[in-house]
Design a protein around this ligand. Structure first.
Ligand SMILES: O=C[C@H](O)[C@H](O)[C@H](O)COP(=O)(O)O
Length: 229
């Protein structure tokens, strides 16, 4: 089974946990995309849920799929969130934010009763921070000074760029109006400590380390579905 199919079976498996009446956190990314398509089909067949999207991109897909949406203002507690990840370890720690949605994803994760993470097998790692650079969202004001402080922890980081309308690469602006630094670690042996140290730097909004948040990781593999948690 190729990677795309691995993503699809994991994401669709996660939607089997969704029941009418639930408030559902809608994660971001190319894996969750398949869950959104499936949920859309389920809603059109009568499933009665509201979804809270973790990004403008997910909001757009959910609207196209006719999934009713809500906000944390009216629905402060979520029953279940389905989200992706960029790297996962055996302790269910995650690196997220490859799609620049980490701040909203962490806010939603924090208020969700249950979190299902959907990935393909390439995301599973022995030591977190060895296969994917850690995204750190920072405010634009004084960002160079913030980067200097971040680099004291990770050694080296790069400002994430994205193609703009003029055809050139410009700093990527998140849904929250901020920049992303991608931090190159050679493994993160103590993820919680690094999460807290990074978030203590003035100018850092949030980082993509998620510790003790996932309840289950659903992994699409070449031979079918595997679970962690
Ligand atoms: O910011 C984006 C999110 O954390 C995504 O869930 C993560 O990057 C995984 O995305 P994908 O399923 O596209 O690999």
């Amino acid at each position: 089974m190729n990677t795309e199919n691995q993503k699809k079976i994991a994401a669709e498996k996660a939607t089997e946990s969704i029941r009418s009446g639930m408030v559902v956190g809608l994660g971001t990314g190319s894996t969750v995309y398949y869950a959104l398509l499936k949920l859309g089909a389920m809603v059109r067949e009568g499933l009665d849920i509201v979804g809270i999207p973790t990004s403008a991109g997910t909001e757009k897909i959910a609207i196209a799929e006719q999934i009713p949406l809500a906000t944390l203002a009216t629905h402060p507690t979520l029953d279940l969130t389905i989200d992706g990840a960029d790297e996962v370890d055996k302790d269910l720690n995650l690196i997220k934010g490859g799609g620049a949605a980490l701040v909203r994803e962490k806010i939603i994760a924090n208020t969700s009763k249950k979190i299902l993470i959907v990935v393909d097998e390439s995301k599973v790692s022995r030591v977190l921070g060895t296969t994917f650079p850690l995204p750190v969202e920072i405010v634009r004001f004084g960002w160079e000074a913030t980067q200097t402080e971040v680099n004291r922890i990770c050694g080296e980081s790069t400002l994430r760029l994205a193609p703009a309308q003029d055809g050139n690469q410009h700093p990527l602006i998140t849904d929250n109006g901020n920049y992303i630094l991608d931090c190159h670690f050679d493994g993160i042996p103590a993820p919680k400590e690094i999460e807290l140290r990074l978030n203590n730097i003035p100018g850092v909004v949030e980082n993509g380390i998620f510790v003790n948040r996932a309840d289950k990781i659903i992994i699409g593999t070449s031979s079918g579905i595997r679970y962690m948690g």
